[in-house]
Structure formats: C-alpha cells, structure tokens
Design a protein around this ligand. Structure first.
Ligand SMILES: Cc1cc2nc3c(=O)[nH]c(=O)nc-3n(C[C@H](O)[C@H](O)[C@H](O)COP(=O)(O)OP(=O)(O)OC[C@H]3O[C@@H](n4cnc5c(N)ncnc54)[C@H](O)[C@@H]3O)c2cc1C
Length: 414
C-alpha cells in the first residue's frame, strides 16, 4: 500500500496534519495506536499562556516573538496566519470556537484556577480578565455522585475572586443507574446516558428548578455531547438563566468530541485511518524512510513519499526512557535529552520546571527528523514529541501541535 503521506499518531497534531494534507488533495494514511491527549483536555486550545519569565501572556503573538530560538514556534514561518488556518480547520470539522490571536482569554480549570488560553469551544465558561469576574452570583450545578467536578475547589476559586457561589446538585432516575459502580459515574458514561435516553429537557427542568433570576451565571459540568455539540447547545437554550459549561477532570467529553469530529472530518475527506495499530519499525534505504511496519499488518509495509511523526510525548509513548537514556521507540530517530544524566531528568519539587518536559526529538529548521546525526529529508516531526519547550510551564500545547503540523503540511505541499 502506497500513500503520498503517512502520519504516525492520531492526536491533535497528527489529525491536524492529516486533515490539512487531505484538504490539499494528498492521499493520506494515519496510523494511530490508542487514545490521545485530547481525551484529557479542557475544551480550550492554548497558544502561549506564560512567557519564559513565567508572566501571564495577554498578547500571544508579541510574546511568541520573544521566545528563545529553541522553541518549536521558531520553526513556524507565520504564526499568526497558521493560527487563523488552525481555527478554520476546526470550524470545517464542526468544532466552533471563540477567541483569536490578538488577546488571550482565561479558562477556568476544574479546581478553580484561571489559565490564559487562545480558543475555547462554544459553550465553555471563560472570562476576559482574571481580576474582573463578570458575575456577582453563580450557581454551580453538579450531578449527584459525579466526583470528577471538584465543586469545593471550584467554588473556593470563584469566591476568592469575589463571586458569591451556591453549589447544588440534581439527579434523574436514568443517571442513578450509573451509581451501581463508582467507576461508571464518569463524564463519558453520563454523556451517553443523557443522549440515549434523550434527557435534555429533563436536565433543563432540574437546572431551572434549582436556579432563579438571582444568578448571573449557571455553571454545569461539561459532560454533554460526545459526537456533536447539538445537545449541549440545546440545554443552554432551555435554561432560563445564562449558563455555560465548566471543564471537568478527565475523561473530558469536550476533548473526546474534538477528537471524534476531527477523525470524522479526515475520513470524510477520503483519508485512510489505521486505528488501534502501532508503527513498530521503519523500512530504510540509506537516509530515506521508504515505509513503516505496524503491529497488526503482519509484515506488510506501508509506503509513502513523506512521513510525519506525531506520536506525542512520554504519556502517549511517543518518547520512552530506560535506566540510561531517552529514546524514540517507533523509528529510532535522534532525541535531544539536553545532555543530562538520569539523576537530572527530574526535579524533586513537582512544581519546578521539569527538565524531561523539554526533551523530544531533534529537528532541523524545517522540522525534519534526524537519525544517527543525519537529516531525514522525507520524515518530519510535529506536536508534543518536539524538543525545546515545556507545555506545562508555557501553556502552549495545542498551538505547538496545530501550528507545527500546518507548517509541515506547507513544507510538504510546497
Ligand atoms: C491532563 C492534560 C490536560 C491537557 N489540557 C490541555 C488544554 O486544556 N489545552 C491545551 O492546549 N492542551 C492541553 N493538553 C495538552 C495537549 O492535549 C497535548 O499537548 C496534545 O494533545 C498532544 O498532542 P499530540 O498530537 O502531539 O500527541 P498525543 O495527543 O499524545 O497523541 C499521540 C498519539 O500517537 C499515538 N502513538 C504513539 N506511538 C505510536 C506508534 N508507534 N504508532 C502509532 N501511534 C502511536 C498515541 O497512541 C496517541 O494517540 C493537556 C494534556 C494533558 C495530559
């Protein structure tokens, strides 16, 4: 089987590259092993939340210009233009977002902290300024026995900022059935039950029963709409007070929906998806990657003119480590381990910048990978597998994923 481009890894970066290449008329295959990091996300896309001094960023484009040369954004030719393309790509996949590159807005985390972000999916609660909360009084409405919305922390975070918060909860007989096992009272199961039993009107009745005009805002856990935003939108319309969703602890229904809609868009564009399979080795001819072998295709070589490595960081096994070194397990490309020995990979204080977070595969200015010190002209890397940045300290994950993917698509199509 031969394709124009094979993408390895189906997280946000791999899906972005796959869709953009399919839109450009390329014959594309995507091989992805398992769940991706979107399943943990907040429903917001971060571009650059904190600069290298740790200061919150309000104007991301200006702050990106100040980043050090090793940051992956320095390999993106026009950050602003590609950020607009990224937003359009999401829109075409039916992922409606608000926000732009002129100024960050702030998302509210499940534990009540505020984080600067770039785009948020419609319906999610955000504020423009962290020190000017737009509400006097908020009703925080949970589902009884749903533990992945830590309402005490969330309410405390809002109260610290001067907002009066009432915490309430409701249930429905169909949701009670989920209580048989604590592990089943999870966001994705709640979403399925509400959808299968068509419970939107009943949920709206419960929320309306618990709230009144006295509240400026009703906050609900983002546990609706795995396949589309339709039911989540409908619920907000049926609630008599202004209402929004707040991110929950994982699994994230918003993240699962984003992943589902991106995959759908890719297959609708004619892309080939090898799902649940894993690239286990490359077939090399000198410094050219001719093909890849996967765990399930029994020796069949998937060939392509170009390859994109989008296998994520340690959590997704795009990077791996043993007692002595950090390595890239699928194709054996070179990794920048910052020249550190094992004792210095991590800092004891968990909130300190962790050196291992900056490790990743080495790339040249055009995002080509290296193998044994030699540039591989037909193999690129994108997303969180790239070295040179700390996504937790910079809050730049989705931006790096999508913009490096779009830059590589540009490099290939050009
Ligand atoms: C808890 C949590 C919350 C987050 N919240 C946010 C947020 O609110 N906003 C934000 O912008 N970012 C957030 N992020 C970060 C963001 O989700 C990730 O940076 C980003 O999704 C990484 O995308 P990726 O495509 O590089 O890799 P991943 O999403 O990790 O995907 C890599 C994929 O490659 C597959 N794979 C690995 N090896 C192989 C192989 N050999 N063959 C085939 N497939 C393979 C994996 O199974 C996986 O599906 C969060 C991350 C976490 C962990």
């Amino acid at each position: 089987m031969k394709f124009d481009v094979i993408i390895i890894g189906g997280g946000l970066s791999g899906l972005t590259a796959s869709i953009a290449l399919a839109e450009a008329g390329k014959e594309v295959a995507l091989v992805s092993a398992g769940q991706n990091s979107l399943h943990f996300g907040s429903g917001s896309f971060d571009l650059l939340g904190f600069d290298e001094q740790g200061k919150a960023v309000s104007e991301p484009i200006a702050a990106i210009a100040q980043l050090s040369e090793k940051h992956p954004y320095k390999k993106v030719q026009d950050v602003e233009k590609l950020a607009q393309q990224a937003k359009q790509l999401l829109e075409k996949a039916k992922i409606a977002t608000f926000g732009d590159t002129t100024s960050n807005h702030w998302r509210i985390t499940p534990v009540g902290a505020l984080m600067p972000t770039w785009l948020s999916v419609e319906g999610m609660v955000t504020v423009q300024e962290p020190n000017q909360m737009p509400w006097r009084k908020v009703a925080l409405i949970n589902i009884q026995n749903y533990l992945d919305l830590p309402t005490k922390f969330l309410a405390a975070g809002l109260r610290e900022r001067g907002v009066e918060v009432d915490v309430k909860a409701f249930t429905l007989p169909e949701l009670q059935a989920l209580r048989q096992s604590p592990t089943e009272m999870r966001s994705t199961n709640i979403a399925k039950v509400i959808e299968q039993h068509n419970l939107i009107a009943s949920v709206a009745d419960e929320v309306n029963r618990l709230t009144s005009n006295d509240y400026d805002m009703v906050l609900l856990p983002a546990v609706l709409g795995i396949k589309s935003n339709a039911q989540a939108d409908q619920l907000l319309q049926l609630i008599k007070t202004p209402a929004n969703y707040v991110a929950t602890l994982p699994p994230s229904v918003s993240g699962v929906r984003i992943a589902t809609l991106l995959r759908k868009r890719f297959t609708e564009l004619g892309g080939t998806f090898f799902t649940g399979d894993q690239v286990v080795e490359g077939v090399w001819e000198g410094e050219t990657l001719k093909g890849v072998k996967t765990a399930k295709l029994d020796g069949t070589v998937l060939e392509a003119n170009h390859f994109i490595l989008a296998t994520g960081s340690f959590m997704s096994r795009g990077l791996a480590a043993d007692y002595t070194h950090v390595y890239e397990p699928a194709l054996g490309v070179d990794v920048d381990d910052l020249g550190l020995d094992r004792t210095n990979w991590a800092k004891i204080e968990v909130t300190d910048p962790q050196p291992y977070m900056e490790m990743g595969v080495k790339t040249d200015a055009n995002l080509h990978c290296e193998r044994a010190g030699k540039t591989i002209a037909n193999l690129y890397a994108v997303g969180s597998i790239l070295s040179g940045h700390n996504t937790i300290k910079r809050l730049d994950a989705a931006g790096v994923d999508m913009l490096t993917a779009l830059q590589v698509v540009h490099n290939i199509v050009k």
